[in-house]
Design a protein around this ligand. Sequence first.
Ligand code: ATP
Ligand code: MG
Length: 167
Amino acid sequence: MLKRIEALRYESACAADTEHLGELVAPALADGDILVLTGGLGVGKTHFTKGVSRGLGDEHPVTSPTFALMAVHDGGRIPLFHFDLYRLEHAYELEDTGIFDVLGYEGACLLEWGEQFQDELCDEYLSVVISRDADDENKRTVVLKPYGARAEELARQIDKAVKDDAE
Ligand SMILES: Nc1ncnc2c1ncn2[C@@H]1O[C@H](COP(=O)(O)OP(=O)(O)OP(=O)(O)O)[C@@H](O)[C@H]1O
Ligand SMILES: [Mg+2]
């Protein structure tokens, strides 16, 4: 069960919970929205993205675009651009990923490992911080941190969706 601990802070007990959170996020998303998914290796960023894609109505499987750097899921309500910037070492390599063609304009962009290039990428975004729990290997805490007015609105809508879902 996905739990709302307090405003903008949730507890996920398993991968399905993290996907479910992604599903609850999807209806709030609009063209131009940017979510920066932050957390260490294997914390659940791709599972969260799977849920968002499903919530937008795209039935295709989501895998980690570590080698492709970008995957587009355009079978849903709005396009979803999924970036995994783990392998990038320098900010100048961003140009080749095509990220600047879409970021902040078209569809919703979800970025894994984007925080390392935050200054080059965007000022306004919703940070989704996922962290592990010391005692339970499947437990995750997810915290939403909005930067900018649109991100604040998005966070508010997501929080309401999680709250309503729990009732
Ligand atoms: N509560 C949870 N939420 C998400 N994943 C979980 C949870 N509990 C266990 N897992 C497991 O953790 C792993 C998360 O994998 P995932 O690919 O989503 O991570 P990631 O953050 O995208 O990793 P990477 O940084 O390598 O891209 C999966 O094996 C999943 O089954
Ligand atoms: Mg991943």
